[in-house]
Design a protein around this ligand. Structure first.
Ligand SMILES: *Cc1c(COP(=O)(O)O)cnc(C)c1O
Length: 380
């Protein structure tokens, strides 16, 4: 375990008993938790059919089988009614996600898991700051993992952490953590360069140009990316995957956490504006009352002719998000490599073909409402 003061901020924020462990990326936190749970080739892990490919990757790296569950269109998370029929005697873990910062019906899933003697892991990569029945996301399941990558609730550049609530897992996780390596000097230099570049070069006008450049360079393995090309090509573990968080990352996180409370307030306020507007014009919106309190990292909307809508948005300098335009974001093909067939999950497939995400961290939400109003024929 790395003792860095980031945990004191988390402690204050989450105000509960926990232990946090810091990693080079959120996916490494997930892998480490699965490892501590003893997941192996005999096991099955249940997860939503609308997720990041790095989630089934971590499962496949342990030779376990990912078992997907279709989503509920009003929560963008697993359809609770469909989980039980996926449980077999091999099921060891259920991964519960909070897509876009929307909370899942945790009590129901955790009760089901307990009944079958199955571990639960909350994927809080979008949900840091949200709560469920008054408890902070991540504090109810056996364990949770969080991402602090560029666009996640608070950023360390790249990075992530695990929160362990089930005491039994702690010694096992700590033993595994001792086998992880420190990020290399090159990693640290790259992170530093990217953090500076983000600060000075990315704004509303350059956002998509810079994102495209970053994705292209990282896919080609020319710079340190969120995902290396190989992670998106097949579920085979890249050779320098198992790393801890570096101090460059921790320092960035501490400074960003200081702004977190006001950012979260802004996100919730903007989400409410979007909800009211969309409800008013009779379009699909997120019900705030559903398992609240959502952290609204992004606000999902459904559109037709997504490509045209996206181009118009870019011209208007509205920085839409493109998370989950595929059920195994951002992979678009060869789903069978991850034991996935999108035809088996019609809701996830449909949502992934129509979803776009509105930013919730903008200071001038009315500009975005004006843009939506002028293009509402696209919105479903
Ligand atoms: C970003 C993300 C991850 C992985 O986080 P990294 O820090 O990029 O490894 C996992 N699950 C979900 C839902 C995510 O959005």
């Amino acid at each position: 375990m790395q003792k860095i003061s980031i945990s004191s901020y988390l402690e204050k924020y989450l105000a509960s008993n926990f232990n946090t462990y810091f990693y080079f990326k959120g996916r490494v936190a997930l892998y480490s938790i699965l490892k501590a749970m003893g997941v192996n080739s005999e096991d099955e892990v249940i997860l939503p059919a609308l997720t990041c490919v790095v989630v089934p990757n971590a499962i496949k790296y342990l030779e376990a089988k990912p078992v997907y569950v279709d989503i509920n269109p009003s929560t963008y998370n697993m359809d609770c009614n469909q989980i039980e029929k996926k449980i077999t005697c091999k099921t060891k873990v259920i991964i519960i996600q909070n897509t876009y910062g929307l909370t899942s019906d945790l009590d129901r899933i955790i009760d089901l898991a307990k009944k079958h003697n199955i571990y639960t892991i909350e994927d809080c990569c979008h949900g840091f700051g949200g709560t469920y029945n008054g408890k902070a996301n991540g504090t109810k399941a056996d364990a949770a993992f969080f991402s602090t990558q560029w666009n996640k609730p608070f950023s360390t550049g790249l990075g992530g952490f695990a929160l362990i609530n089930n005491e039994i897992l702690k010694p096992k996780l700590e033993i595994f953590n001792n086998t992880l390596s420190e990020p290399s000097l090159a990693d640290k230099i790259w992170l530093h360069i990217l953090l500076v570049a983000k600060k000075y070069l990315v704004n509303n006008s350059t956002y998509w140009m810079m994102i495209r450049l970053y994705r292209y360079l990282s896919k080609s393995n020319l710079i340190l990316g969120s995902s290396s090309g190989e992670e998106l090509e097949s579920p085979k573990m890249p050779k320098d995957y198992l790393k801890k968080m570096s101090t460059v990352q921790a320092r960035e996180g501490i400074s960003n956490l200081k702004k977190f409370d006001s950012l979260l307030k802004l996100r919730k306020k903007n989400a409410l504006v979007y909800s009211r507007y969309l409800k008013n014009i009779g379009k699909t919106y997120v019900d705030e009352k559903l398992f609240n309190n959502h952290s609204f990292l992004k606000y999902p909307i459904l559109v037709n002719d997504r490509e045209s809508f996206f181009i118009i948005a870019e011209k208007n300098r509205v920085t839409l998000g493109d998370w989950f335009l595929s059920p195994l974001h951002p992979v678009r093909k060869s789903f069978e490599l991850w034991d996935f067939n999108d035809n088996d999950y019609p809701v996830a497939k449909e949502i992934a073909s129509k979803v776009l995400n509105l930013p919730t961290d903008c200071k001038d939400v009315n500009r975005i409402i004006d843009f939506l109003e002028n293009n509402k024929e696209f919105i479903l």
